[in-house]
Design a protein around this ligand. Sequence first.
Ligand SMILES: *Cc1c(COP(=O)(O)O)cnc(C)c1O
Length: 397
Amino acid sequence: MKTYQVDKNGYYGRFGGAYIPEILHQCVQDLRDNYLKILESDDFKREFDQLLRDYVGRPSPLYLAKRLSDKYGCKIYLKREDLNHTGAHKINNTIGQILLARRMGKSRIIAETGAGQHGVATATVCALMDMKCVVYMGKTDVERQHANVQKMEMLGAIVVPVTSGNMTLKDATNEAIRDWCCHPSDTHYIIGSTVGPHPYPDMVARLQSVISAEIKKQLMEKEGRDYPDYLIACVGGGSNAAGTIYHYVDDERVKIILAEAGGKGILSGMSAATIQLGKEGIIHGARTLVMQDEDGQIEEPYSISAGLDYPGIGPIHANLSATGRARVLAINDDEALNAAFELTRMEGIIPALESAHALGALPKVEFAPGTVVVLTVSGRGDKDMDTYIKNLNIRDL
Ligand SMILES: *Cc1c(COP(=O)(O)O)cnc(C)c1O
């Protein structure tokens, strides 16, 4: 049967794989040999499920947004990852990976972070599990995301400002990889999205797949069938989208729409629409689409949303786009802002700017009446209030 899941060599079509320095070979091999055994063990499942329930607050609600549905002429259900502890889907992955790290005998956790959301989710589970935590963050990001730096420090993490390159996410990731090379035996690297060398994309997708497992149950209760007509999610590296589609990806009845960050427009030179602008290449250990110039130098992505400006994309999503399985839309800054204000005023939910890109896809799709749409609200908007307020006065609400 045709599948969009990972193959036994770690590839999705021609994307994925593990392109890593020799010194990391053993670490990645250990992870590859153990991750499925651990994730599928009863002992892991019991502890993971219990923490997702009692600590994160799962299952997250599937909410029928009535006013939004009326406006777009279909039935729009919102998968409320914004209601999770720490405010987004990222905690699902960090809890899973720290349980795995403990079972692999690791005592030290490292992570990279851009906006700081993954850093906070990692520092949170390290406090919970009493593990040492070092978070690499570009110096530019340390300065612009100060509240998250303070949270990480309060949680007991060491935040290391990275001063190479543009001092943003890609440079922080390089530094985390360098750290891992120096401490391969005692350290687990918690990657925050469906990126990096195999088995990370598959491992993160599996840990986030709780999102679609819940959607199946919840739709069965609400609609009498366990699948929607459309799934919509935003993509930075791709983890909330991967979790949203995981149990539906091989079910062609379900259409998939991925919203990436168009920035100021995909032809403006200020964009993070990696799937549409990227060329095939290797970034952080995987073959995927990469925003790069003619010499293969990585181009700095731009988006109003700090969580979407990664110059690569998960190999899962590169393949979904290349095969036509998913439709990919670039949502520009102003479209995302409009969508965020619309959700806030129509449903009383202030979404994260990242999630607002998924909402920004709604006006771009023609839905037949009665169509069932599930859209993942990946996080809440508290962290984006400054940006929202700055843009509030220039529009007529
Ligand atoms: C980090 C983040 C994203 C982007 O990451 P993915 O791996 O693509 O899901 C999206 N939404 C929120 C709220 C985030 O914090």
